[in-house]
Design a protein around this ligand. Structure first.
Ligand code: IMP
Length: 184
């Protein structure tokens, strides 16, 4: 596992979070979630595609009973949010009566999470909580509750550890800030 704070990737300006920092924080979140859901079966709903890398680590750090489902939403083109959230893939399982934890890669304007929370409200889950690997609190357009936050970060466009720019960079094992001319 790397703790390198520099990168030789030509499109990445700087490393914001190292692999070691990320893994340590996800383990902490997993421990907290395990305590909070002790004795209950948790259903993690991974918001595609950005949260799948975090989900893999988070699930393995949860000690109790845990299921997974996926939901797809889209609002971004390049580095800009269109502001209009669209469902691109629905859940496989009915969430009714379940303890749902929505797992996001990043909460920026809050519009995606707000859309998802409204959507879940109509589907009768036992409970709905939210977890986001990254959080940009200074960018909110709508207030949303994020119960489990990996890291608060400044208003910069970041990639890696699941986060993309036009589908690239998801495989980087760290979170980095993209050069302004990166990802062309
Ligand atoms: P929101 O609806 O503005 O909160 O944005 C949520 C979605 O926008 C995330 O799930 C990401 O897919 C995308 N997003 C927002 N900021 C970034 C970023 O800095 N890098 C990559 N994707 C981002």
């Amino acid at each position: 596992m790397s703790d390198r704070t520099h990168t030789s990737h030509p499109d990445i300006e700087k490393v914001l979070l190292t692999e070691r920092q990320i893994k340590a924080r996800i383990a902490e979140l997993g421990a907290q979630i395990s305590r909070d859901y002790s004795g209950r079966c948790l259903t993690m709903v991974s918001v595609l595609k950005g949260s799948v890398i975090v989900l893999g680590d988070l699930m393995r750090s949860v000690s109790g009973d845990c299921c997974v489902d996926f939901i797809g939403v889209s609002s971004y083109t390049g580095t800009k949010s269109s502001g209009v959230v669209r469902l691109t893939l629905d859940l496989r399982e009915n969430p009714e009566g379940k303890d749902i934890l929505i797992v996001e890669d990043i909460v920026d304007t809050g519009l995606t999470l707000h859309y998802l929370l409204e959507n879940f409200k109509t589907r009768g889950p036992r409970s709905v909580e939210t977890c986001s690997f990254l959080n940009k609190p200074s960018c909110r357009k709508v207030s949303v509750p994020v119960k489990y936050v990996g890291f608060d970060i400044p208003n910069e466009f970041v990639v890696g550890f699941g986060l993309d720019h036009n589908e690239r960079f998801r495989n980087l094992p760290y979170v980095g800030v993209m050069r302004s001319n990166g990802g062309k």
